[in-house]
Write a protein that binds this ligand. Sequence first.
Ligand SMILES: [Zn+2]
Ligand SMILES: [Zn+2]
Length: 139
Amino acid sequence: MAETVSGKCLCGSVQFQATIDARHAEICHCHMCQTWAGGITILTECSDLEVSDSPDLGLYRASEWGERGFCKKCGSSLFWRMQDGSHANISVTALSDASGFELVKEIFIDEKPDWHSFTQHTKQMTGAEVIAAFAANGE
Ligand SMILES: [Zn+2]
Ligand SMILES: [Zn+2]
């Protein structure tokens, strides 16, 4: 069921809200996400992402297609979106209410460090499979 969720960075300067269809969490194990989050990046797909107009909002383009939103003051990782706005994910760990999420998917599984793993049964995709799926959905 679609619902509106909201979240904010650690210092509260950057706030966002978005619509999600389900409380489904997805982990991206790619090297960029590991470094970006300083840990494990847990995202959920969303639509209608709205970010507060804060001078502390930082946007970083780590790839030709993606853009990462973060707080310049406190460093929280907040969202990932396509530069053309066609697709966005928000950080589950930045939500004010992250209860009831189910871990359903792990992507870039081929870049996951072998010293951690999750016990949940998830749909797993390699980086090449993710990029192929994006290309198939693209315009
Ligand atoms: Zn902040
Ligand atoms: Zn990633």
